[in-house]
Design a protein around this ligand. Structure first.
Ligand code: AMP
Length: 447
């Protein structure tokens, strides 16, 4: 389905084409017609799904359609958990709206006066974090009584950050008659409560995996120091906590190095990654299936499409940079009604990644320290460097921006391309940034 089939106006279609988007993403396909029809919406979609355009495009169209000359009120309010997200969303508003609408951002940690001045210039669209917006409301430097469309973006994160009271206070300042759009990656009871009080007969769209992705997989985190991971893995094999497992590393170099070290520990190991020839991969897989190899070390990409049934264990030797990939990885076990274990060896550097994964899952993963491998509390987190050593599995570090190259801007973009945020550095939070669109377990909408 094309963008034009969604009912978007020619100006917006031009803006979308100028971004190089050829097809709408699942959340765009599902949400845009509902929003254009004026309905409230509850959307399960995480960062990386194209959710921003899913609300910004139809919002711009509705604002343009009901414009009255001389109107000088804030007509659309978008609440976002962080300053970074607020800035990115406003950038999307400007890019998709070809700067035709006055917009501003309001967030904490910066001067108040500049924002007061911006508000005096009568923006039509305000993108704000809840705390600072409420400060403005209390100081009467903002008037929200003309808001026609409210968007809560990343509502689960806003609640995680303790914004629920601020959000409720803001809702009380808005006119009762308005359109409400709620976007959240996960749906806790708290989110459902909020949605119940906020949304009227909402359309619902779900493109994220359900909160519990793979019920049959037992998930466990073993905290361990970064330099003791290999020792711990050997220990788990020797003590038969792991009989046979698919082990994930982030890079090809990491996979090779680990395989060599494990051989030295006396554990039969094979590595598969993009630098291995097809016959090498087939042999490694055959050895693994025949039980001649105890640990099969793989990078993310190499593991996709591996045909291995009833795998009892998956080990995340390193957590993936992209939370979705965790779900894909652990989906290798617990298949066909069999139980499986997904064990993650997590060092102090990987805390943010673990939090992203747990946010995506909507629950925390049980943690168990293996006796003798207690983490040293004096070790400080270090940034994760992706030593590609040949490039395997190289992803952008979390929350680190990568600027699109001028070339990347020119070619048509497929959804999921890296660094494809309109005119802006792409974020690398949770989401699909791997240059492909892959269905998640339980996903309702698929390409
Ligand atoms: P979001 O989920 O809103 O953070 O968007 C993720 C990324 O996808 C952003 O960099 C967008 O520019 C990009 N994007 C959004 N819609 C599309 C599309 N239909 N085709 C290709 N890329 C898209």
């Amino acid at each position: 389905m094309s963008f034009s089939a969604l009912g978007l106006a020619p100006g917006l279609l031009r803006a979308v084409a100028a971004q190089g988007y050829t097809l709408p993403t699942p959340v765009q396909r599902e949400a845009i017609p509902h929003v254009l029809a004026g309905r409230d919406l509850m959307a399960g979609a995480q960062t990386g799904t194209g959710k921003t355009a899913a609300f910004v495009l139809p919002m711009l169209q509705r604002l343009a359609a009901s414009e009255r000359p001389g109107q000088r009120r804030i007509r659309a309010l978008i609440l976002a958990p962080t300053r970074e997200l607020a800035l990115q969303v406003e950038e999307s508003v400007r890019v998709y709206g070809a700067n035709s609408r006055r917009s501003t951002t309001i967030y904490g940690g910066v001067g108040f006066v500049g924002q007061v001045n911006a508000l005096r210039r009568n923006p039509e669209i305000v993108v704000a974090t809840p705390g600072r917006l409420l400060d403005h409301a209390r100081q009467r430097t903002i008037d929200l009584s003309g808001v026609e469309i409210l968007v809560l973006d990343e509502a689960d994160r806003m609640l995680d950050m303790g914004f629920i009271r601020d959000i409720r206070a803001i809702l009380a300042l808005l006119p009762a008659k308005r359109q409400n759009l709620l976007f959240s990656a996960t749906f806790s009871n708290e989110i459902r409560n909020l949605a119940q009080g906020l949304l009227t007969a909402p359309a619902s769209v779900q493109v994220t995996p359900p909160n519990t992705p793979i019920a049959l997989v037992r998930q466990l985190v073993h905290p361990v120091d970064r330099h003791r991971k290999r020792e711990l893995l050997s220990h788990l094999v020797r003590t038969h906590a792991i009989e046979q497992a698919l082990v994930f590393t982030r890079t090809k170099h990491g996979a090779n190095k680990l395989a060599e070290q494990l051989w030295e520990d006396g554990i039969a190991t094979a590595a598969i990654h993009g630098n291995k020839s097809q016959p090498q991969r087939i042999r490694a897989l055959a050895d693994f299936k025949a039980g001649r190899v105890t640990l099969l070390i793989a990078t993310e990409v190499a593991a996709r499409g591996l045909d291995i049934e009833s795998l009892p264990h998956v080990v995340n030797y390193e957590l993936p940079m992209v939370a979705n990939d965790y779900v894909h990885r652990i989906g290798r076990t617990g298949r066909a009604g069999l139980e499986g274990d997904a064990i993650s060896l997590v060092c102090v550097d990987e805390g943010p990644m673990l939090r992203d994964i747990e946010r995506l899952l909507g629950s925390s993963i049980p943690t168990e320290v293996v006796p003798g491998f207690e983490p040293d509390p004096s070790i400080r987190p270090e940034p994760i460097r992706l030593r590609t050593g040949g490039g395997g599995g190289g992803r952008m570090p979390h929350r680190q921006a990568a600027r699109p190259s001028p070339m990347a801007q020119k070619r048509p973009r497929r959804f999921g391309d890296r660094a494809s945020r309109p005119g802006h550095a792409a974020r690398a939070g949770i989401g699909n940034r791997s240059g492909r669109w892959t269905a998640l377990p339980g996903e309702r909408t698929r390409r």
